[in-house]
Design a protein around this ligand. Structure first.
Ligand code: 13P
Ligand code: SF4
Length: 406
């Protein structure tokens, strides 16, 4: 028996002291309580629903403004259906956070109108500093970003100077500037497997659910920041199992920001785009979906004859009847898109020093993703460790890619 391996699995890193971890968990709880007020503020700023006539006029006006200002819309799957549709109809895009970053960087428009949350606007600005990046509401943020203040995260990282710092894209520009790598949910598993195969030990922040899922999958030595997404954290394992009993034929699609007991019941785990692809391409006729309900719009559009059930957020243990809608994503509406473009207001700003440091870690992810796609992405169900080790060998022959990843 390989005792070294089993030891590593039980104690995947030099354990921080219990007091240290307890303090960290307490701080996370306190942050969650503070976030409750911030949530009320976010819901209060959600734009009012427009009547059909007013909506049609607003859409036409917004279309003209986009052309007039040489602007393109970059939207996330969680924003209002009319914004997703408008982005697609006007040559923009709707996608997951990695696709949004790539699209904004590669598009020729001088202005990007980012319908999503703050970290998405900041990532676009960091990758395209010469462009004007506008957001309908600059206060649309994310509980993961809020729960990971740069000073505390820096102090946390400084305790483990020998570790590679990997942060989720759902963080501030300043936290990205402190990191070695940025990842999104669509590439996190591959990047951590890659780093682990090089013997790197990792500090992961901020989402603890995504972090522990990746830790379990890769066996990597990871110390986790204790953040969570207020939307995905609410999905309930027990209630999901009851729903599965009612619909045994349904395929379960889960975003990995969800708690472990929910992820454990998934047939497909992945980014919003991966879940959408599964809904469209899989032969199943019905699906249970554990992610923000905004994605059901595109799922239903692309797979009109299939049936979708929202995974349960309420149950005995529920603390928040969020109904699986992100309050910050909901702050994006037609009216504030219009006023932002008309006034050229709400431009995303990132300081020069932060921008350059954060760009390094985001660009590394994009370069990894480009190289990995050129090599060939692993097929579903393939042994990821074996595949990444072949990728490493491929990199040895492809220096122009390899040198971007050091
Ligand atoms: P994706 O990268 O999967 O789109 O996720 C972003 C996000 O904020 C999920 O809550
Ligand atoms: Fe952040 Fe969760 Fe909203 Fe995504 S759904 S932006 S992770 S709070």
């Amino acid at each position: 028996m390989n005792t070294h391996t089993s030891e590593r699995l039980s104690y995947p890193y030099e354990k921080p002291s219990l007091e240290h971890m307890q303090a960290h968990v307490n701080a996370a709880k306190q942050q969650q309580e503070q976030q409750a007020c911030i949530l009320h503020e976010a819901w209060a700023k959600t734009p009012a629903k427009l009547q059909d006539n007013a909506k049609a006029q607003a859409i036409a006006h917004l279309q003209n403004l986009l052309t007039q200002h040489n602007a393109v819309m970059v939207a996330h799957y969680y924003v209002a259906p009319e914004l997703q549709d408008l982005a697609l109809a006007t040559g923009g895009m709707v996608g997951d956070s990695l696709e949004m970053a790539r699209f904004g960087q590669n598009h020729s428009a001088q202005t990007l109108l980012v319908a999503g949350v703050k970290f998405m606007g900041e990532t676009s600005k960091i990758l395209s500093p010469e462009k004007t990046v506008l957001m309908p509401d600059l206060e649309a943020t994310c509980s993961l970003d809020l729960g990971c203040p740069v000073d505390e995260f820096t102090a946390f990282c400084d305790q483990y100077p020998d570790r590679t710092v990997v942060v989720y894209a759902n963080t501030s520009a300043e936290v990205k500037a402190r990191a070695d790598w940025v990842v999104t949910s669509s590439i996190a598993l591959e990047i951590v497997t890659f780093l682990h195969s090089q013997g790197k030990k990792i500090i992961w922040g901020p989402d603890r659910h995504l972090g522990s899922y990746i830790q379990k999958q890769t066996g990597a030595d990871m110390i986790l920041w204790q953040g969570s997404c207020i939307v995905h954290h609410e999905f309930k394992g027990l209630e999901l199992s009851l729903l599965k009993e009612k619909h045994p034929e349904a395929l379960v699609l889960v975003h990995p920001e969800s708690p472990a007991e929910v992820v454990a019941q998934a047939d497909v785990i992945g980014s919003t785009s991966k879940l959408l692809q599964a809904a469209v391409n899989h032969s199943a006729k019905s699906f249970i979906v554990a992610t923000d309900q905004g994605i059901l719009h595109e799922m239903q559009k692309q797979a009109p004859h299939k049936q979708f059930f929202a995974a349960p957020t309420a149950g005995d243990g529920a603390t928040c009847k969020s109904c699986a809608f992100c309050p910050w994503m909901a702050m994006n509406g037609l009216q504030n898109c219009i006023s932002t473009l008309e006034d050229q207001s709400h431009a995303v700003q990132v300081s020069h020093t932060t921008l350059h440091a954060a760009r390094r870690s985001i660009q590394r992810m994009l370069d990894f993703s480009a190289a990995y796609r050129e090599f060939g992405v692993a097929k579903d169900g393939a042994d990821l460790n074996a595949h990444i080790s072949q990728f490493q060998q491929w990199l040895e022959q492809n220096h122009e890619h390899a040198q971007k990843l050091v």
